[in-house]
Design a protein around this ligand. Structure first.
Ligand code: 2PG
Ligand code: MG
Length: 422
């Protein structure tokens, strides 16, 4: 019997410059087929890993050098003519062809922002032409698990002027039975936290950072964690809402020392610092506890607390199979942060996920600090069966677009929807 494949021919690809949540330009791409139009917007990081695929910026006077017209032209003039007529549903072939057209290790010729825009928009166009929700198109029968919403409720580091070294203080409602309950528990805790911060530190404490979390000017990690614990208790979720932190430690490593809470710590001292915190608070996730090249630090913390704590590698792995493989063979971390734009195609991000799962590494699918209302990562998280999604505070449109999309997916899955915690 012949294999029967429905073609979804690409008729047109068009990119344009739009704005992200920080007011910086980013790339939006439309892929047109006779049956559908798929559109996608590319996000952008602030605390980016050195080894991420390259985000092409114009570096001229427009938008203070942050324009993306070169990337837009690369889509319209270089990628579009080559992909026209190809089947939008043959994702891997499209992605491979774009890799070939680019020809560099880090996508510096065409720009990862150009390539990813097309990659995501093609997936959307194909899903829509085949009349499938995106999560089901990408994940098939295996797409039924809703991730834990890991909500960033206090912003520090590069994402706020709060003075906190730790970039993100995260809530994980693991004790819920369903995704929508988990989201509600997180929202109630977030609002309770707002009241607590206002009472204790004044009105400006509830100004928010890049990802919608509060940005109070408080001095230490423990002070932030105490406020969160207080909020969890007052909201009535002690035991069922747990804590996480994304240290983004590359940002506070200077001259060989980690600068945190007014101290300068060595690698060993920082291991101890985290181990003590993990003893005192219900922390179940530590992301980027060490800098992106500090493999030894990752190995040490994984040995120390990795049995009970999910140690996520973000800047260290950059969703790159080579770097992830290195981490796996060394015992560095036990989970992967998956960001589509760190690697630049849907197929390569899925390769990283496969490698992670085969080696019992957990997966947290993640937004960037610069976002749009594009909600692709919600569908990707369900398609992969990822344990966690990290997409900021449960507030601000570019963050809630993902959390809300997961509500829709949960509803559409009906009885198959599963929420199992970590
Ligand atoms: O470090 C991170 O995990 C991300 C997203 O929260 O931040 P950015 O997009 O600035 O790299
Ligand atoms: Mg991170």
């Amino acid at each position: 019997m012949d294999v029967f494949i429905l073609p979804v021919p690409i008729e047109k690809i068009h990119a344009r410059e739009v704005l992200d949540s920080r007011g910086n330009p980013t790339v939006e791409v439309e892929v047109h087929t006779p049956f559908s139009i798929g559109a996608a917007c590319v996000p952008s990081g602030a605390s980016t890993g050195t080894h991420e695929a390259l985000e092409l910026r114009d570096k001229d006077k427009r938008y203070g050098g942050k324009g993306v017209l070169k990337a837009v032209r690369n889509v319209n003039d270089v990628i579009a003519p080559k992909l026209k007529g190809m089947d939008a549903a043959r994702q891997r072939e499209l992605d491979m062809l774009m890799l070939e057209l680019d020809g560099t290790e880090n996508k510096s010729k065409l720009g990862a922002n150009a390539i990813l825009g097309v990659s995501m928009a093609a997936a959307r166009a194909a899903a829509s032409a085949l009349e499938l929700p995106l999560y089901r198109y990408l994940g098939g029968v295996n797409a039924y698990r809703l991730p834990i919403p890991m909500m960033n409720v206090i912003n520090g580091g590069k994402h706020a002027g709060s003075g906190l070294a730790i970039q993100e203080f995260l809530l994980l409602p693991v004790g819920a039975d369903t995704y929508h309950e988990a989201l509600r528990m997180g929202v109630e805790t977030y609002h309770t936290l707002g009241k607590i911060l206002k009472d204790k530190y004044g009105k400006t404490a509830t100004n928010v950072g890049d990802e919608g979390g509060y940005a109070p000017a408080i001095g230490t990690t423990r002070e932030a964690l105490d406020a969160m614990m207080d909020a969890i208790k007052k909201a009535g979720y002690e035991g069922s809402v747990k804590l996480g932190m994304d240290a983004a430690a590359s940002e506070f490593l200077k001259d060989g020392k980690y600068h945190i809470d007014g101290k300068s710590l060595s690698r060993d001292q920082l291991v101890k610092y985290y181990a003590d915190i993990v003893k005192d608070y219900p922390i179940i996730v530590l992301e980027d506890p060490f800098a992106e090249e500090d493999w030894e630090g990752f190995i040490a913390i994984t040995k120390e607390v990795g049995k009970d704590v999910t140690i996520i590698g973000d800047d260290i792995f950059v969703t790159n199979v080579k770097r992830l493989q290195r981490g796996i063979s060394m015992g560095a971390a036990n989970a992967l942060l998956l960001k589509l734009n760190q690697i630049g195609t849907v197929s390569e991000a899925f390769d990283a996920a496969t490698l992670a799962f085969r080696n019992k590494y957990k997966i947290a699918v993640s937004h960037r600090s610069g976002e749009t209302c594009d909600s692709t990562i919600a569908d990707v998280a369900v398609a992969l069966g990822a344990q966690i999604i990290k997409t900021g505070a449960p507030a601000r449109g570019e963050r809630t677009s993902k959390y809300n999309q997961l509500l829709r997916i949960e509803e559409s899955l009906g009885k198959a929807a599963t929420y199992t915690g970590i």
